[in-house]
Write a protein that binds this ligand. Sequence first.
Ligand SMILES: Nc1ncnc2c1ncn2[C@@H]1O[C@H](COP(=O)(O)OP(=O)(O)OP(=O)(O)O)[C@@H](O)[C@H]1O
Ligand SMILES: [Mg+2]
Length: 259
Amino acid sequence: MTVIECHRLRHAYPPSHRSAAAVPVLDGVDLTIAAGERVALVGRSGSGKSTLVRALLALEPVEAGTIRCDGRDVTPGPVHRLRWFRRVVQYVPQDPGSTLDPRARVLDIVTEPIRRLCGVTDRARLTAVAVAALEAVRLPADLRTARARDLSGGQAQRVAIARALSPEPRLLIADEPVSGLDAPLRAHVVDALRQASETRGTALLLVSHDLSAAAALCDRITVLHEGRLVEDRPTGDLLAGPEHPETRALLAAVPRFPA
Ligand SMILES: Nc1ncnc2c1ncn2[C@@H]1O[C@H](COP(=O)(O)OP(=O)(O)OP(=O)(O)O)[C@@H](O)[C@H]1O
Ligand SMILES: [Mg+2]
């Protein structure tokens, strides 16, 4: 069963001081994610990865194309404010530190979607869910009562992951969720994402520069190049025989995966 799919998605940012014409960023993107599937979206900086995931989440308008979630049309418009969509799809933005309320405390940040979307009000249950989610991403216990403004980039990233996982979404879209973490923590967080996916059947769309994290975690890798998906194949096949020159270039840049 498909959780989310987009068809012929096109997006261009409006003209700005940087460019007199509208800049095309997504150019006819087709992407389907099935229930429980783990898909990596990779591509160079500026290739349009964050724009694509923001469009899928209806946080960015699109020029053309359609987006469906659970078979229902969620192409950006008034419909995207529906609660059911937020219950199905959760999001870890690329720079979570800047999106968390600086004065909010960690436990309240993590319990907020469970309270709002799942209607849980029992304090002990809320705390138990949040503590489990924060332990899974190895956030030190003394930070549970800290305010968001006092967190480092990597700590904020882990709080955002715990927050997104706590309402048990069917799809987690995570934009560079491990980029601010040191190697051991990165391995733990990759593991936490895999466990959430395996035990609850959560599908994952992982945006990453880090092809080794993508390969370790995802069944499929899709490569975005100049606004188009140029390769979309099972991880093993793609690593063993990259077909598009852009995929080869990305793999060649990773010492573990010479093209
Ligand atoms: N709000 C905006 N207004 C105008 N142009 C934008 C805006 N956001 C992004 N862009 C441009 O769109 C292109 C794609 O940006 P996007 O953030 O989607 O890339 P990305 O693949 O996520 O890059 P990175 O790996 O660096 O995060 C870039 O050329 C960027 O400059
Ligand atoms: Mg980005």
